[in-house]
Ligand binder design. Sequence first.
Ligand SMILES: [Zn+2]
Length: 572
Amino acid sequence: MQGACLLLLPGLWLQLSLGLVPVEEEDPAFWNRQAAQALDVAKKLQPIQTAAKNVILFLGDGMGVSTVTAARILKGQMDGKPGPETPLAMDQFPYVALSKTYNVDRDVPDSAGTSTAYLCGVKTNMRTIGVSAAARFDQCSTTRGNEVTSVLNRAKKAGKSVGVVTTTRVQDASPAGAYAHTVNRDWFSDADLPADAQTYGCQDIATQLIYNMDIDVILGGGRKYMFPEGTPDPEYPDDASENGVRKDKRNLVQEWQAKHQGAQYVWNRTALLQASTNFSVTHLMGLFQPGEMAYDIFRDHTTDPSLEEMTEAALRVLSRNPRGFFLFVEGGRIDHGHHANIAYRALTETIMFDNAIAKASQLTSEADTLTLVTADHSHVFTFGGYPLRGTSIFGLADGKASDRKSYTSLLYGNGPGYRLNMGSRADVNEKQSVDPEYQQQAAVPLGSETHAGEDVAVFARGPWAHLMHGVQEQTFVAHVMAFAACVEPYTTDCHPQRPSGPSDTAHQLHPASEMGESTSQAAGGFDGPVACPLSQVLNRRLFSSALYRPTAAAPKKFWRTVHMQQGRNWVK
Ligand SMILES: [Zn+2]
């Protein structure tokens, strides 16, 4: 596909034996001019030190830096260019930090512990969500008293509208960090709760989605956890495996609709697009698949919305609140593509995620909206082998390996791509490697490829985005969002909100005539930017719930032992 595009532009490229490089790049003036322009932009950067009316957190599940780089090249190639020179939407954010992703009990984390870190500001144990590390995996009785609170919850308390958008199930680990407290990320519905969890009063994640707080927009997959066991799915009525699964016979969608006048539930793309432009809709829930949504390359465009469309729909509903909003958007299936060792899936999902970021950047203003883009963790996904410029990102590395066979520039450290052919590694040609179903080779056999432990990037744009600097704990993400938006625990350190102007978010999303109220929160109170006492603010207590009581006495043991769980391949 990209090769064909390149061949349309023969005059602009110097063709090597296999690759293509832009001729202009041979001229030093090209690089000097480009760097001077970048320098000019950098010199003009002005920190925005007024309150963020809105906050958007984009979470690419499993989107390590190697994934960002490879997706950038793919996106550039799909645009008819060699690839690496073409910026993603997230590349254009002015500030970047590194985030240390480890869980309290693991050097390499899962998506549950990490969502607690970047949404609640507290690190915890693997497989647990919205509880501190004092809680124990799968032990319901350790939940109570150890709950920690998310930025989404705090934003709601501050009067903002809040939303959760994902391509996975809305009850999955990443979005659940916004609203749930659970010692087991797999307790999606009551059917997943063991007997002792029911005895101790632990609730399934789907029930918590409806009752823990008032979430204005909920979009993603996960229909089956909301309906009574045996309820036929509206899209797959003849497939019993897609039926509702709740053993308590509750219809959580109906219960949610009864709670809010103006609540609308949709399960397909057409209804979503209609509901998002209907001003009588105050609460919007869209569940587009019984389980996870399809990879975008397999999506039915008539029934299922893209992540970009869901993001736009969410912004349209949330931006009606003059006090602003908090929105969490997850590109959740980047992770799944990597677990399967199918880079094509992971990278195309990353591009769809980037398209959603581009859309949100168009629809919001940098002046009043803090947007962060990050990942929960990386994957053992590598990009190497000196491939020629302009060759497919899914193509071969230059030259042969020591076994005299070709190899791809994309590879995995472990996973199902490990295969031996007559006792040795299979040879590969480009026709095979560019197939969308091709599994890149892995060094170690595993049924599901693992996460990786290196730092991930945090890209930042908008008010207080400049705080995203240096190497930080992942918890810093939640604290910057809370501080920028002036929500708990930073309400006493508040900075003035910028008066709304014609370029601000609400005006971009809605014509002025449709805006019933002023979008300014700072009427009469704006005195211009004021520096915050950051040294005080950032040394504050970490987030914790009112229920959380730290141990009075100093702990006697400095270490506790965590145990390996051999033979289990359950990390997601
Ligand atoms: Zn995963």
